[in-house]
Design a protein around this ligand. Structure first.
Ligand code: ATP
Ligand code: MG
Length: 230
């Protein structure tokens, strides 16, 4: 059981291979202090998603170790890790049901008022209210009727409601209209504030505001620092 964490995350010489012959990431080491935003950047296939997949414990390292507040990830239960970790993926998963239920996903006990407050905090409230049924609008799986940007805002609301200490975010790459893009940029600041966040970053604005940027190439970190240093 992983006790409530502050969000100190460390990778120590982590190597992982999906297939035996060729590591997807090799000898990755970094420390994220509680509350920091870490941007992961690099070409396609460089290893960014593999790093966050290991942190979320979809896989275990082939060698090396991952520590959260000093606890080796392999020594604690998966459920206790996931409870303290939020994930906003590129293509947000919505299930068929109302927007209210979709935001409440990670916090089934949340009241309607709490759901609405979370949506307001990440600027999702306005577009939700424009639907005739508002928060009670039924969505289909894959979120038909919502743009990718709107789906990402829904998943931000979901994440802020669950309030995890550690957040993994894979930024959407699809073209998002200028207005929604502006909302997302503002929402990101609110969402990342006070949590240790790992962002597979495509937006220059996110990269610029990160505490550390890790540049990946061929499964290794080839550069690191803040935006002004790189
Ligand atoms: P992108 O920007 O395209 O998302 P990425 O930096 O996230 O790229 P990864 O998905 O981490 O890259 O991939 C790193 C390497 O691991 C690549 O060579 C990729 O082909 C390989 N890889 C990724 N996922 C798998 C998998 N499920 N099975 C086998 N190989 C994989
Ligand atoms: Mg990826």
């Amino acid at each position: 059981e992983l006790p409530p964490v502050r969000g100190h995350v460390e990778f120590r010489h982590v190597t992982f291979a999906y297939q035996a012959d060729r590591p997807a990431i090799e000898d990755i080491s970094f420390v994220a202090r509680p509350g920091e935003t870490i941007a992961l950047v690099g070409h396609t296939g460089a290893g960014k998603s593999t790093v966050v997949n290991l942190l979320a414990r979809f896989y275990d390292p082939t060698s090396g170790e991952i520590r959260i507040d000093g606890h080796d990830l392999r020594s604690v239960s998966l459920a206790s890790v996931r409870r303290q970790m939020g994930m906003v993926l590129q293509d947000t998963f919505l299930f068929s049901g109302t927007l209210m239920d979709n935001i409440r996903y990670g916090r089934p006990d949340a009241t309607d008022e709490e759901v609405i407050a979370a949506a307001k905090a990440v600027y999702a409230d306005e577009f939700i209210r424009r639907f005739p049924d508002g928060y009670f609008t039924e969505v289909q799986e894959r979120g038909a009727r919502l743009s990718q940007g709107q789906r990402q805002l829904i998943s931000f609301a979901r994440a802020i409601l669950a309030d995890p200490r550690i957040l993994i975010l894979d930024e959407a790459t699809a073209s998002i209209d200028t207005y929604t893009e502006h909302l997302i940029q503002r929402a990101l600041r609110v969402l990342l504030e006070g949590r240790t966040s790992f962002v597979v970053a495509h937006r220059l604005s996110t990269i610029r505001e990160s505490d550390q940027i890790l540049v990946f190439d061929g499964g290794r970190i080839v550069e690191r620092g803040r935006h002004d240093d790189l």
